[in-house]
Design a protein around this ligand. Structure first.
Ligand SMILES: CC(C)(COP(=O)(O)OP(=O)(O)OC[C@H]1O[C@@H](n2cnc3c(N)ncnc32)[C@H](O)[C@@H]1O)[C@@H](O)C(=O)NCCC(=O)NCCS
Ligand SMILES: Nc1ncnc2c1ncn2[C@@H]1O[C@H](COP(=O)(O)OP(=O)(O)OP(=O)(O)O)[C@@H](O)[C@H]1O
Length: 201
């Protein structure tokens, strides 16, 4: 294990902007990446986790019969109720942060990537923030391909509950545009990786 923990590059942006796509490109360059949504899922899909029990007390209508948080609740419950969404994030945040910090300490690279759509409204501890930005029409079209069961209104509902584009951009150290091809994603990621390696090696 290295003496100093890796720097944390927070990779953020709105739903469908391309965070996971950039995370895969960083991974291909040997940078360890972790996804806050996936960590949240390990928590709320464990019926015995204290945070899941807390969610069940606050939102019994959001639970599946097996005691896990039901998938699909983002569209049907949390996107429709800002207070409920804040409460869900407040419950999950400490558990997600603890898992992310513990994972980070085990990495041995100069930096790691934490991917999260909620990075900035959740004030994740970051060395640097990289925002993925894409035109709304591209995001909506990509989400429609990835999640064919989501209506346009549901996509718009989730977008409305996230930070505004200007707020993401205002808090970015770096911004990367994702309106081109996957080849362009690879090239842009290589450029960013060179920059971060120069900064942090
Ligand atoms: C609400 C949940 C159960 C919905 O799960 P579901 O499988 O239906 O959606 P999925 O996880 O694939 O999310 C899809 C996308 O929606 C966006 N999103 C997810 N949760 C939220 C939220 N609470 N608020 C705004 N956008 C969100 C992200 O862009 C995400 O990638 C899940 O997304 C979740 O646990 N969200 C909270 C995550 C959280 O609070 N993390 C703490 C970070 S520190
Ligand atoms: N440049 C691109 N060209 C073609 N398809 C892309 C591009 N970028 C992303 N996609 C596709 O768009 C969809 C959304 O991208 P991705 O999952 O990376 O976004 P995200 O920001 O992680 O989304 P979420 O917040 O929902 O997790 C995926 O199916 C992905 O394969």
């Amino acid at each position: 294990m290295s003496a100093t923990p890796p720097r944390v590059l927070v990779l953020t942006g709105g739903i469908g902007s391309g965070k996971s796509t950039f995370a895969r490109a960083f991974e291909a360059l040997g940078v360890p990446c972790i996804d806050a949504d996936a960590l949240a899922r390990t928590v709320h899909q464990d019926p015995a986790h204290p945070a899941t029990l807390q969610i069940a007390r606050a939102f019994p209508q959001a639970m599946a019969a097996d005691g896990r948080l039901a998938r699909g609740t983002l569209r049907s419950i949390f996107a429709l109720d800002a207070d409920a969404n804040e409460e869900l994030k407040r419950i999950l945040r400490p558990a997600v942060l603890a898992l992310a910090a513990e994972w980070t300490r085990r990495q041995q690279t100069p930096y790691v990537v934490w991917e999260s759509a909620l990075a900035m409204d959740q004030a994740l501890p970051a060395t640097r923030v990289l925002v993925v930005d894409a035109a709304y029409r591209n995001r909506a079209a990509r989400i429609a391909l990835r999640n064919p069961d989501w209506t346009r209104a549901q996509v718009a509902g989730v977008v409305a509950m996230q930070l505004a584009r200007a707020d993401y951009l205002a808090r970015a150290d770096d911004v990367v545009e994702n309106d081109g091809t996957l080849d362009e994603v690879r090239v842009l990621t290589e450029q960013l990786h060179r920059k971060y390696t120069d900064l942090w090696s």
